[in-house]
Design a protein around this ligand. Structure first.
Ligand SMILES: NC(=O)c1ccc[n+]([C@@H]2O[C@H](COP(=O)([O-])OP(=O)(O)OC[C@H]3O[C@@H](n4cnc5c(N)ncnc54)[C@H](O)[C@@H]3O)[C@@H](O)[C@H]2O)c1
Length: 415
């Protein structure tokens, strides 16, 4: 078996880590049980480009239990848990992922997975999909799944330009994904990354959150919960009003740069904080990114402005500017929650990865009718995942009475 990981000797630790995550993923466990019985994925090869974490490992093992052949590589050079990668290889899943790999290795790993000619592609950020569309134009793929907002944006642009070659499910767009993973997962784990790398006290800090989408909502809400004075920057007036009504101040980036102490981007956009902002930030400003790509902070500009830089703590680098001000960058501006912490908790990835597993099954079942488009999973599947999660969390759902059902579907009743 071919693979490229840091150290196979870490496998035992990885297995224990996967066991701990999988205990908190009951919805995925129930899908795995059904997959195992029905051998839903037998005969299909899956190529996955995802964060190599214990939660992803639980998904990969569920796919294998369903009969699939799975090959995995990392979707971010800094998000790989080397012990998990080792455990996956030990479990017989060819894995290509080394934490801290350079860009060349990152793409070599994507190509190693694609060399196995997968039928289905699981992607996170659409990097594997890009390689398939730009460099491997003749390679046939049955369908794909996309995990994150940024990836879905890229796919929709491809669909619009008429260049998409096969059906892809925008898993991010399922309510059971973005309303929980992006909000609660990114909210908690981004602060976790900042805490692990800096150990600062959030209470009383002026925390600037750029972008008040699902991720920004989560980060701002959690920071406020820890006692921070939260400032939001937005380009969308509706999201900006939403932020004000949640009790945050809303300012331009430049205004925020002057007063903020901690800055976190979650926009999916490029150069949200750049030279003009770094010029205004106070000494000791901490900057981090929770968006998918490491482009939200213009670190090339910061490097050019700096007279020196040094690593101060794990995942914390200090840039000193000519006037003596120091700006601290967490995890090289890459996803702070995966670079400096462990990513989303398994409890929330349970739903995202249940959606992923069901999306693979849905593509196989509908392969003869789907075209080269971006699809959202049918609402029944989304509802089913939520129902199973609610049950696992000991909640129970109210049922409509026949009279209520009639009332909701009729138009005759009025004042
Ligand atoms: N860290 C993680 O684990 C994780 C998890 C899920 C999503 N993501 C990524 O996080 C990013 C945001 O995802 P989302 O689901 O919140 O997206 P979203 O579309 O819901 O929100 C993004 C928000 O940023 C705003 N925005 C865009 N440009 C801006 C700018 N220059 N300044 C201020 N605001 C701006 C938009 O108006 C929007 O409200 C994406 O890149 C996504 O892929 C990361």
């Amino acid at each position: 078996m071919n693979f490229d990981i840091a150290d196979i000797a870490l496998a035992d630790k990885g297995h224990r880590r996967i066991e701990w995550a999988s205990r908190r993923m009951p919805v995925l466990a129930s899908i795995r049980e059904r997959f195992e019985k029905e051998q839903t994925l037998a005969g299909y090869k899956i190529g996955a480009c995802m964060h190599v974490t214990s939660e992803t490992a639980t998904l990969m093992l569920a796919l294998v239990a369903g009969g699939a052949e799975v090959v995995l590589c990392a979707s971010n050079p800094l998000s790989t848990q080397d012990d998990v990668a080792a455990a996956l290889v030990d479990a017989g899943i060819p894995t290509y992922a080394v934490r801290g790999e350079d860009a060349e290795t990152f793409y070599e790993h994507i190509n190693a997975v694609l060399d196995t000619s997968p039928d289905l592609v699981f992607d996170d950020g659409a990097d594997m999909t890009m390689v398939l569309h730009k460099e491997r134009v003749g390679q046939e793929v049955l369908g794909g799944m996309e995990e994150t907002t940024t990836g879905v944006m890229r796919l929709k642009a491809m669909e619009q330009d008429g260049v998409l070659r096969y059906p892809i499910v925008a898993v991010n767009d399922s309510d059971t994904k973005h309303l929980f993973d992006n909000r609660h997962g990114t909210g908690q784990s981004s602060l976790d990354g900042i805490l692990r790398s800096t150990n600062i006290l959030f209470a009383g800090k002026r925390v600037v959150v750029a972008g008040f989408g699902d991720c920004g909502w989560g980060i701002a809400t959690r920071a406020k919960g820890l006692g921070a004075d939260v400032i939001v920057t937005e380009i969308d007036p509706i999201r900006a009003v939403a932020a004000v009504m949640e009790g945050h101040r809303v300012m331009t980036g430049i205004e925020a740069a002057e007063v903020g102490e901690v800055f976190i981007t979650a926009t999916g956009n490029i150069h949200v904080f750049r030279a003009e902002h770094f010029e205004k930030m106070p000494d000791g400003a901490i900057i981090a990114n929770a968006g998918h790509f490491d482009v939200e902070l213009d670190l090339v500009a910061l490097d050019e402005m700096a007279v020196s830089r040094r690593v101060l703590r794990d995942n914390l680098e200090e840039f000193t500017l000519p006037d003596g001000r120091r700006i601290l960058v967490i995890a090289e501006g890459r996803l702070v929650n995966l670079g400096a912490a462990e990513g989303h908790p398994a409890d929330v990835m349970d739903m995202s990865f249940a959606d992923q597993a069901l999306a693979a099954e849905w593509i196989i079942e509908n392969k003869d009718t789907l075209g080269p488009k971006v699809y959202t999973l049918p609402k029944e599947l989304d509802d089913e995942v939520a129902r199973l999660k609610l049950e696992a969390m000991s909640g129970s759902l109210e049922q409509l009475t026949p009279a209520q059902e009639h009332y909701l579907s009729s138009w005759e009743h009025g004042t």
